[in-house]
Design a protein around this ligand. Structure first.
Ligand SMILES: [Fe+2]
Length: 287
């Protein structure tokens, strides 16, 4: 757990990404290049210096030969050793070093913790604050006034539904994601996690309510306006940040294929903060 205070302008973009899994030939290197290029470009009127990034971990595959998931045919030979993967993770982030707010440790890095903390190593090399497995990020202005808080976790458990029809499956998955953050840091209006490799956005849900005004009955909608104290779960943004790891490849089989994982969208989440507030949260998919 870490608390990170980040000074930001009134308008900025937040790239919430993770699960690059460098070391596997199923890792979408071209997708990573696309994202790095986007971070170094003007996005929706925001200059590159105000494109901030939170990396949710599983930067590296970190599967050693004793792991039952190990498979030579899926291992990127150039990065066959776990330490090579960590070195590659440093290189992959050099061009976005100044944009990165933090990198979280994922379960893949944690599985090889007996060899040392690979995430701490990468953060140290890049001079980035190490987020550990989860971090509260407090976005503040130059005068130390809070804009909002963000709880970022590598992720845990699974998000599944076998309900019919598809609309119910999608909704069930969103509810499952929201529940994971329900009783965590209740003053964070933005909550994010990686790990499941799914791209999911739960926007705040305005609720209709009745009120009386000057002897008449009127109506209103609740809306996310609070930035301090407890924030009602319906008023929070909760996202699952996707991944760069393909499930299928021709001529071999990865552990995702063997485990029967369903297809997933490859990409990340883009949060647009305008006039100090979260204005829009959207998926970015790789072409
Ligand atoms: Fe992962």
């Amino acid at each position: 757990m870490q608390i990170i205070r980040k000074v930001v302008p009134n308008n900025f973009n937040l790239f919430l990404c993770g699960d690059k899994h460098t070391g596997s030939i199923l890792s979408h290197d071209d997708g990573w290049v696309q994202m790095v290029h986007m971070i170094n470009s003007e996005v929706d009127g925001i200059k590159p210096r105000n494109n901030f990034v939170v990396d949710h971990g599983d930067m590296i595959e970190a599967i050693d030969v004793q792991d039952k998931r190990f498979d030579f045919t899926v291992t990127n030979i150039r990065q066959s050793q776990i330490f090579n993967q960590a070195q590659e993770a440093v290189l992959e982030r050099q061009e976005i070093r100044k944009n990165l707010i933090t990198i979280l440790k994922g379960n893949h890095e944690h599985k090889v913790i007996r060899f040392g903390d690979m995430t701490a190593f990468v953060c140290e090399r890049l001079n980035i604050q190490y987020g550990t497995f989860s971090a509260v990020i407090e976005y503040v202005d130059r005068n130390d006034n809070l804009l909002f808080k963000h709880y970022a976790h590598h992720g845990f458990g699974s998000i599944r539904s076998i309900a019919h029809p598809a609309k119910r499956r999608v909704t069930n998955k969103k509810i499952s994601l929201m529940q994971k953050f329900d009783a965590k840091f209740g003053d964070c209006i933005l909550n994010s996690m990686g790990h499941t490799h799914q791209l999911i956005i739960c926007d705040p849900e305005p609720l209709l309510y009745l009120k009386t005004i000057a002897g008449t009955i009127d109506q209103g909608y609740t809306k996310p306006s609070k930035t301090t104290g407890y924030i009602e779960p319906n008023h929070r943004w909760v996202v699952n940040t996707g991944s760069f790891l393909k499930t299928f490849g021709l001529g071999f089989d990865g552990y995702g294929e063997r485990a029967g994982y369903d297809p997933i969208e490859l990409g990340f989440i883009l949060v647009k903060v305008r006039d100090r507030k979260i204005n829009k949260v959207e998926k970015v998919l790789f072409s």
